[in-house]
Design a protein around this ligand. Structure first.
Ligand SMILES: Cc1ncc(C[n+]2csc(CCOP(=O)(O)OP(=O)(O)O)c2C)c(N)n1
Ligand SMILES: [Mg+2]
Length: 329
């Protein structure tokens, strides 16, 4: 069981993370973001990922995982820059030891494995944690990454957030496996299932996996059972593919409510603590609104930066064309 202090930190981060998420959904509705894939209902997995890692460890997130980013203390405007339509990920991956959010499903699983193996070759004790969706486990890249991680015994942990759906495709149409943890076992990767809406359980199992990977025990796959309460993105209508009663049932297993009552019952969380967390979350959202009310300054030519260390002749030509179109600068 994680220490009470860590669970209190988890609670506060989940409350702020949820407020960040609902604010981001509102910003998408107002046209301030192009789109927003909400983490609503998956906060226990998101803060579990952020809190199980040391600052020196690497996180490999997907488009779903903005709450993990802000829980890792990435600035909220930077975390949402990509969703604002910018060509770059918004934050400095090297500084935050957090890869750009990955939209192509599972390609980052191989990157995480490679980085983890490379760190071990360099003699560091860095661990990489890749967040993966249930649908992404059907991708070839996921299987290649697991195969390699198993053979290399790379210090990498895969957290599969099984939220029941890949957009409109339910789990039953995705896989006939009894669970996704079996996919790890097939590659010799130790695997476990966890209640993904139980923050204490997620933290306990992830911390164990990360520390075992760090000390030479090889990779882990954790399948967390959770649910995407919100639409796939702000451009989706889930009523077309899942019953409202199902979503309501999962609301009753809300990860924040569960942690809150667990901490309260043990006298670890007072009414004042709850009120203070809510105030901090509102302040966070208010600052987001202020900062997002300003239009970002975007230089169209920045599109060509950071693609290659030395630009290719084609890119140089395309940049010159765009520059001419924009007028002399
Ligand atoms: C390689 C690839 N194929 C298809 C898509 C389109 N796509 C975007 S999200 C998604 C569903 C992914 O579901 P899952 O992995 O369960 O993640 P979730 O959205 O539920 O977090 C698909 C098919 C993509 N982004 N990348
Ligand atoms: Mg899914």
């Amino acid at each position: 069981m994680p220490e009470p202090e860590l669970l209190l930190t988890a609670y506060r981060k989940m409350v702020v993370g949820r407020r960040f998420d609902t604010q981001a959904t509102a910003l998408a509705r107002q046209g301030r973001l192009a789109v927003h894939p909400s983490s609503l209902g998956q906060e226990a997995c998101q803060i579990g990922a952020a809190l199980a890692l040391r600052p020196s460890d690497w996180l490999f997130p997907t488009y779903r995982d903005c709450v993990a980013l802000v829980s890792r203390d990435i600035d909220p405007v930077e975390a949402l820059t990509l969703l604002r339509g910018d060509g770059h990920c918004g934050y400095d991956p090297m500084r935050h030891r957090t890869a750009p959010q990955c939209t192509p499903l599972a390609t980052h699983a191989a990157h995480a494995t490679g980085l983890a193996h490379g760190e071990r070759l360099k003699g560091t004790d860095t661990v990489a944690l890749a967040l993966v969706g249930d649908g992404a486990t059907s991708e070839g890249d996921f299987h290649e990454a697991l195969g390699l991680a198993g053979v290399l015994r790379a210090p990498v942990v895969f957290l599969v957030q099984n939220n029941g759906y890949a957009i409109s495709v339910p789990f039953a149409a995705q896989s006939a496996a009894p669970g996704l943890a079996y996919k790890g076992i097939g590659y010799g990767v130790r695997s476990e299932q966890v209640d993904g809406n139980d923050a204490a359980a997620v933290l306990a199992v992830l911390t164990k996996a990360v520390e075992e990977a760090r000390t030479g025990g090889g990779p882990w796959l954790i399948e967390a059972h959770t649910y995407r309460v919100a639409p796939h993105t702000s451009a989706d209508d889930p009523s077309r593919y899942r019953p409202a009663e199902e979503t309501e049932q999962w609301r009753e297993r809300d990860p924040i409510d569960r942690l809150e009552s667990w901490l309260r019952e043990r006298g670890l969380l007072t009414e004042d603590d709850i009120a203070a967390a809510a105030v901090a979350a509102e302040e966070y959202a208010a600052e987001m609104r202020t900062r997002f009310s300003e239009d970002p300054v975007v230089d169209p030519l920045a599109l060509f930066e950071h693609v290659f260390s030395a630009p290719t002749p084609q890119l140089t030509e395309q940049r010159a064309q765009l520059r001419a179109e924009l007028g002399e600068r």
